[in-house]
Design a protein around this ligand. Structure first.
Ligand SMILES: Nc1ncnc2c1ncn2[C@@H]1O[C@H](COP(=O)(O)OP(=O)(O)O)[C@@H](O)[C@H]1O
Ligand SMILES: [Mg+2]
Ligand SMILES: [Zn+2]
Length: 254
């Protein structure tokens, strides 16, 4: 006979606990761990980010410290907290890291079914699902998006929306909002207000002028209606700093 792996439950997945003198059946910790491993594997977190946690996120400035505080509060309060997060800031400041850290924690410590989707990938998967050769139907693509308790939608606005895309995303996030399912968005695009404030500063190096021209507001990218909905359902978290990939990660090669 195969040797048992769990000495606590002899691999039955159940243990008996003494509650006020009576035995009460309870799930064994080995079972819970296995279930969480399955949740983690189903969460679609990209390899590169699978090890991201709040513990290995280095708070390098005040915005990082605030972001970590907000992330921890969300995890502690879950499922009571109803507003999601919009992690907003430039490239490489750790937005995706933080978003993954949150769902990773919720999976392992609160057994919450979570899902990660890159915005462009979701658009692509939806568009492909309409072709007759597609291995996945639209409802198969949308199933986790509608069902998972917490979702990360990474890089919102990274692909310019068409009216069709806008409508689909609106439909998705509206459904999630109405069902009290949290969504954590990240985006490189800023809100118009901040763009205007920056414009008012007027002092621009040539390079900055160029970058500014390239830059659009999030509202422009995803449309007024969707933008306003995201604001309504999320707490805005500004993450600032230098591109971590260029600074810290490069330094580690030296
Ligand atoms: N403060 C930080 N501490 C530790 N690692 C970080 C930090 N900021 C970024 N990283 C790492 O740098 C890389 C880029 O971060 P990422 O989250 O992809 O940035 P963004 O999503 O804002 O573009 C990732 O490998 C991430 O784990
Ligand atoms: Mg990112
Ligand atoms: Zn066990």
């Amino acid at each position: 006979m195969a040797k048992e792996n769990c000495a606590l439950c002899q691999d039955t997945g159940w243990i008996l606990e003494d509650v006020e003198g009576r035995p009460l059946a309870k799930r064994c910790q080995c079972y819970v761990k296995r279930q969480n491993q399955i949740l983690f594997e189903q969460a679609n977190i990209p390899r590169r980010y699978q090890e991201c946690t709040l513990d290995n996120f280095k708070p390098l400035n005040a915005s990082h410290r605030d972001a970590v505080k907000i992330a921890k509060k969300l995890i502690t309060n879950y499922p009571v907290q109803e507003s999601g997060l919009l992690l907003q800031g430039p490239c490489g400041v750790g937005k995706t890291h933080l978003a993954v850290a949150i769902i990773r924690d919720l999976i392992w410590n609160k057994n919450v079914p979570c899902y990660f989707y890159d915005f462009r990938q979701l658009m692509r998967d939806l568009q492909n699902s309409y072709s007759s050769e597609s291995p996945m139907t639209e409802s198969e693509v949308l199933a986790p998006v509608f069902n998972k308790k917490v979702m990360v939608l990474d890089e919102l606005g990274a692909k310019r929306t068409t009216p069709w895309v806008e409508e689909t995303i609106f439909y998705i996030i509206n459904h999630r909002y109405n069902n009290k399912q949290l969504t954590i968005f990240t985006t490189n695009y800023l809100d118009r207000q901040e763009d205007e404030e920056e414009e008012q500063r007027e002092v621009w190096s040539r390079k900055k002028m160029y970058e500014q021209k390239q830059e659009e507001s999030l509202e422009n990218r995803i449309g007024v209606r969707l933008h306003s909905r995201v604001h309504e359902m999320c707490k805005i978290v500004n993450v600032e700093g230098k591109d971590f990939r260029k600074t810290a990660l490069q330094a580690s090669f030296r």
